[in-house]
Design a binder for this molecule. Structure first.
Ligand SMILES: [Mg+2]
Length: 235
C-alpha cells in the first residue's frame, strides 16, 4: 500500500563516503595553518588518525603532540580554521569530479527526487572547505545551504547530528531523531549517530571494512548497495 512520503533527513559524510581520495590538499592546508599560527616546523610528522575526525580535532591532536598548550590551542583555534579555509580556497583543484565515489551521483539523484527527503552534510571538514570541495566535485547542489553540520560547528563530531537536526527543524523543534539517518564510512560516523540516538548507514568505501563498521544499522560495500538500503528504509 503506497502511503504518504515519510519525511527524512539524510546526513552525508564527505571523505570516504561521497568523495574518494580528495583529502590530500585539504590536509596540507590544515598543516599550513598549524605552521603559520603555531609555528610548527613539520605538522605532517605527527602520527594522527584523521579519518572520521573533525578538522579542529585533528589540528588539536597534532598541536598537542608537538608541544602546544591546550590553552594556546583554544585561543588560536579560530585563526587555524580561518587560515586553513583561506588556504584551501587558494589551493583547491578546479575539478574534483574524478573523486566522486562510483554510484554517488545516481544515489543523490534518486534521493533528491523523493518527496520529503532532505539531503544535508555531516562532516568533520570546516564548512567552507566542505562546500568548495563538493562544488568542485560537481555535487554541491544536492546539499541545502545553511543546513547540515561541520567541523567548524564543533570539534566533537558527536555533537554534530543534533546541530544538523536543529537547523533542519521546523518552528523551533529539531528535526525528529526517528527520521534522521547519518551516512558515513568510519566508526566515528557510527558513534556520532549513536550519541544523538539517530540511525546510521555505513559504507565501506573509506579506510574501514564492513566488519569494522558492523556497529551501524546497515553496512554497504558501495554506493549501489547503499542506495538499496536507503530506498528500503525510506519505503
Ligand atoms: Mg569519512
Amino acid at each position: 500500500v503506497a502511503g504518504a512520503a515519510r519525511p527524512a533527513l539524510l546526513l552525508f559524510d564527505i571523505d570516504g563516503t561521497l568523495l574518494i581520495g580528495a583529502h590530500a590538499v585539504h590536509r596540507d592546508c590544515v598543516h599550513a595553518a598549524l605552521r603559520e599560527v603555531h609555528g610548527l616546523a613539520d605538522p605532517g610528522a605527527a602520527p594522527v588518525v584523521a579519518a572520521g575526525r573533525t578538522d579542529g580535532e585533528i589540528a588539536r591532536a597534532i598541536a598537542l603532540q608537538q608541544g602546544v598548550s591546550a590553552r594556546r590551542i583554544d585561543e588560536r583555534a579560530a585563526d587555524v580554521r580561518e587560515f586553513a579555509c583561506r588556504e584551501y580556497a587558494r589551493r583547491c583543484p578546479g575539478d574534483l569530479s574524478a573523486h566522486v565515489a562510483l554510484g554517488v551521483p545516481e544515489l543523490l539523484d534518486g534521493l533528491a527526487a523523493r518527496d520529503g527527503v532532505r539531503l544535508a552534510l555531516l562532516t568533520g571538514n570546516f564548512e567552507p572547505v566542505a562546500r568548495l570541495k563538493l562544488e568542485r566535485a560537481g555535487i554541491g547542489h544536492f546539499f541545502e545551504p545553511r543546513q547540515g553540520a561541520f567541523g567548524s560547528d564543533h570539534e566533537d563530531r558527536t555533537r554534530l547530528p543534533a546541530i544538523a537536526r536543529a537547523r533542519a527543524g521546523d518552528g523551533g523543534a529539531p528535526f525528529p531523531r526517528e527520521h534522521t539517518i547519518v551516512i558515513g564510512d568510519t566508526p566515528n560516523d557510527i558513534a556520532c549517530a549513536r550519541a544523538d540516538g539517530v540511525r546510521v548507514a555505513a559504507v565501506a568505501t573509506g579506510p574501514f571494512t564492513t566488519e569494522e563498521l558492523a556497529g551501524a544499522d546497515a553496512v554497504a560495500v558501495d554506493a549501489a548497495e547503499l542506495t538499496a538500503i536507503l530506498e528500503a528504509r525510506l519505503g
